[in-house]
Design a protein around this ligand. Structure first.
Ligand SMILES: Cc1cc2nc3c(=O)[nH]c(=O)nc-3n(C[C@H](O)[C@H](O)[C@H](O)COP(=O)(O)O)c2cc1C
Length: 118
């Protein structure tokens, strides 16, 4: 049905072992203490199952882009260092990961004016 699904894909800068992609899904582990280790284990299971490219849940590229005050940020070398546990788990099985940079804009939890219902 999809004859090329399991074929490698050369993106130029990297090669994917197949075209199976796990879409970006924020799990909530992104901002938990020790959450990145759990996230790595979560993605590793998907990769073992054959996924070629993991797209992580959203990480904010700066302070203002965070979805809520506690949401995960990826803007400093220390964040990249901490994230290695995820990429290493994915690479261990020949897959690739794409860290999704997320600027949620209107989705941000802003204080909206109270609407009075009659
Ligand atoms: C629990 C959950 C979390 C999600 N988190 C994100 C996210 O962090 N970033 C994003 O771009 N999309 C997120 N999405 C959207 C998915 O990546 C995807 O676009 C959406 O589920 C539609 O794909 P589908 O038609 O295959 O279900 C999330 C979806 C779900 C169900």
């Amino acid at each position: 049905m999809y004859p090329h699904l399991l074929e490698p894909l050369d993106l130029g800068f990297t090669q994917l072992r197949n075209r199976v992609l796990m879409g970006s899904m924020h799990t909530g582990l992104e901002e938990h203490k020790e959450g990145l280790h759990k996230l790595a284990a979560f993605y590793e299971e998907r990769v073992k199952g054959g996924v070629g490219l993991i797209v992580t849940g959203g990480f904010s590229p700066n302070l203002r882009g965070r979805l809520h005050p506690m949401s995960a940020e990826f803007s400093k070398p220390k964040h990249a260092q901490a994230h290695k546990v995820v990429t290493e788990a994915v690479h261990r099985h020949g897959a690739r990961s794409l860290c999704k940079s997320s600027m949620p804009g209107v989705m941000r939890c802003i204080r909206l004016p109270k609407v009075r219902h009659r």
